[in-house]
Design a protein around this ligand. Structure first.
Ligand code: GDP
Ligand code: MG
Length: 659
């Protein structure tokens, strides 16, 4: 099977094109750093199935950052049959910098210049043939969003495949050109020699690609010295980058017409003047978040939830009647009705709200607003000694801790990455939502939205404060200073937002059908067997009660020292959705929960749930990303203790105040 690698700058539309070509549903986002892992899909190329690999978004092929290294190593070692280089037409100069490097690898490259629609609305024209002539590779103007030009693109890719790698037509200024060629001649003839030459001339560390150097160092050092003196630049890296940009500027001037409106501020700039202004930015951010929560958890969301609940109630009744008619033993009916349908139904009831929340988040992401939010947070975070770079993984952590922890790789230094990994789990993942919704619905039905906002806010506050504390103690880092790139505002695509929400829901459904299903069955069994493995006559004799009871005293000071709560928290270690399901199964319904908790102890329970350790899958990822078991263990203890401490403060503080 032929292999194509999709590569381009962050936010150039890679994922959108990937989805369009493969028809698969990937998560897209209007900010840098959404695609961390490479993803593979299948598409049709030259009438055959071919693999398409979506690589992380990068600006150059230097081995400086983890993503660039991942991409470079992949291209160098796997040598895909064709590179599909996607460029943002509205930012052509910067995007071509990567293209020039890709072309040196000795692999066929096809340039897909994306955002044709936006270019058109700016009144600018790209002449494909001129750029093609300059670069010496196929250039196709496309819009990944509308699909324009995509068919032509695959045709050109098929042709490029059979034509093989192009000779290098790009000629830089004489000094650079000579230095490059002379450096190349010190290297053995091999595919990608030009690329190696450029890297060696720039003085970049590439021994991880070539293994031991093949001699010729002395000559190369002389070439570099001569080059540096000739160009008068501080170093060869800058000299080469400068030469490339000068070449690009000339090429773009020939191929792309200037913006018609001259220097008038773009619509995006005009929007930003309001949205990120000093006075309005934060209130607007809070209002948007509050609006989103109010819609999701207010009347609209809760009536949808009511419908789901009614559905599952009917389903339970119907199943019980059906099974009774089939002479199924009473215990099996009970297992299915209470243990499985009751527990899973209780969790699935939240599906509409989870879907809505992610739909809105995806709209905000897609429109470009989330990048502004990250930018705003950058300003805010810096006061606490953090940078906006950590904010993106954190935002993702609101969906699911695992990808958030993985996205922390985009943070600059190792210390910053580890610190981010420490903090992401404090941000409430989507799986914690059911428990918030359940408890808030029982104890504060009128203020469910506010409780939710408060719990999310608490997570953020704890993360920020922990960051401040850890940054100055355990994870000292000197690196600061990072500029977030602000993509232009774009109309979000409702279709993509729906897909993204559906993606989350699918994950949630899948979990409900597997982990939660298995967990509920196990819990039900533990609940109905005694330690001697005989049927338990009363719940108090059951195994689960014993386990829960052993843990319960620990939670006494937090106000929920009963075995059901302890057991539910334990279940939450396997999957956070399990907390709500287990509570429902163990208590046997919302009424019993209402009787067991006071509003204060319910709040304390929620605070504990919001902050305590993530599920085992996330913990495993934390260990992997930290590259240290000790640090992962520290992260686990730190979270548990923080959760315990905060819940303790809420409960005991509340009692002192007479609640
Ligand atoms: P990636 O970071 O390279 O994977 O980029 P994405 O695929 O996530 O796209 C970034 C943003 O650009 C998203 O908001 C897309 O909806 C938007 N986008 C992608 N392709 C086009 C296009 O052809 N035209 C317009 N107007 N927007 C696009
Ligand atoms: Mg992407």
């Amino acid at each position: 099977m032929k292999k194509a690698a999709l590569i381009g700058n962050p936010n150039s539309g890679k994922t959108t094109l990937f989805n369009r070509l493969t028809g698969s549903r990937q998560h897209t986002g209007n900010w840098a750093g959404v695609t961390v892992e490479k993803k593979e899909g299948v598409f049709t190329l030259a009438g055959e199935e071919a693999a398409l690999v979506d690589l992380p978004g990068i600006y150059s092929l230097s081995p400086d950052t983890l993503e660039e290294r991942v991409a470079l190593e992949y291209l160098w070692q796997e040598r895909p049959d064709v590179i599909l280089d996607i460029l943002d037409a509205t930012n052509l100069e910067r995007n071509l910098y990567l293209t020039l490097q890709l072309m040196e690898l000795g692999i066929p490259v096809v340039a897909a210049v994306n955002m044709a629609d936006e270019l058109k609305s700016q009144g600018r024209i790209l002449t494909e043939a001129v750029l093609e002539q300059q670069l010496g590779i196929p250039v196709v103007l496309i819009s990944a969003k509308t699909g324009e030009g995509v068919e032509r693109l695959t045709e050109r890719m098929a042709r490029a495949l059979s034509a093989g790698a192009p000779g290098d037509r790009v000629r830089y200024d004489p000094a650079t050109q000579t230095a490059l060629e002379r450096t190349a001649s010190t290297l053995p003839e091999q595919p990608g020699r030009r690329f190696l030459a450029a890297k060696l001339l720039a003085g970049e560390e590439i021994s991880f690609l070539t293994g031991a150097a093949a001699g010729g160092e002395v000559t190369r050092r002389q070439i570099r010295q001569a080059y540096q003196t000739q160009t008068g630049q501080p170093d060869c890296y800058l000299a080469l980058a400068d030469a490339r940009y000068r070449w690009i500027e000339k090429a773009v001037r020939k191929a792309l017409s200037r913006p018609a409106a001259g220097d008038a501020p773009s619509p995006s700039d005009r929007i930003d003047r309001v949205v990120t202004s000093r006075v309005l930015a934060i209130p607007l951010f809070l209002a948007l978040m509050a609006g989103m929560f109010a819609l999701t958890f207010g009347p609209v969301g809760s009536s949808l939830k009511g419908m789901m609940e009614a559905l599952f109630f009917r389903l339970g009744e119907w199943a019980a009647r059906l099974l009774a008619g089939l002479n199924t033993p009473a215990w099996a009916v009970d297992l299915i009705e209470e243990g499985i349908l009751g527990g899973i139904g209780g969790v699935l009831a939240f599906l509409p709200q989870i879907g809505m929340l992610f739909f809105f988040l995806s709209l905000l992401e897609d429109s470009g607003y989330m990048a502004r939010a990250a930018f705003l947070m950058d300003r805010l975070f810096r006061r606490f000694g953090l940078s906006g770079k950590s904010f993106i993984p954190m935002l993702m952590g609101f969906g699911c801790t695992t990808p958030g922890v993985m996205a922390a790789r985009t943070a600059g230094s190792r210390a910053e990455q580890r610190l981010t990994v420490m903090l992401v789990p404090f941000l409430s993942c989507g799986a914690r939502l059911p428990i918030y919704l359940l408890m808030a619905g029982i104890f504060l039905p009128r203020h469910a939205g506010a409780v939710l906002l408060g719990l999310y806010g608490l997570g953020m506050a704890v993360a920020v404060l922990s960051g401040l504390f850890l940054k100055n103690t355990l994870f000292r880092s000197t690196r600061a200073g990072y500029l977030l790139e602000l993509p232009p505002y774009r109309w979000p695509s409702v279709g993509f937002a729906l897909l993204s929400a559906w993606d989350r829901c699918k994950g949630f459904l899948y979990k409900a059908a597997t982990v939660i299903f298995a967990m509920n069955t196990v819990i039900w069994v533990l609940q109905h067997l005694t330690p001697a493995l005989a049927p338990a006559a009363a719940e108090e004799e059951s195994l689960f009660c014993l386990i829960g009871s052993a843990l319960a005293p620990l939670f006494e000071p937090l106000g929920f020292g009963f075995w059901q709560a302890a057991a539910a928290l334990l279940a939450g270690l396997i999957a956070k959705e399990g907390v709500a399901a287990t509570m429902l199964v163990l208590f046997g319904g919302q009424a019993a929960i209402a009787a067991a908790f006071t509003p204060l102890s319910a709040l304390s329970f929620l605070v504990f749930c919001a902050l305590y350790t993530p599920c085992v899958a996330a913990v495993a990822t934390i260990r992997k990303e930290m590259g240290s078991t000790a640090l992962a263990a520290f992260s686990l203890c730190y979270q548990t203790l923080t959760a315990y401490g905060m819940a303790f403060l809420v409960y005991q503080g509340g009692r002192l105040l007479g609640f």
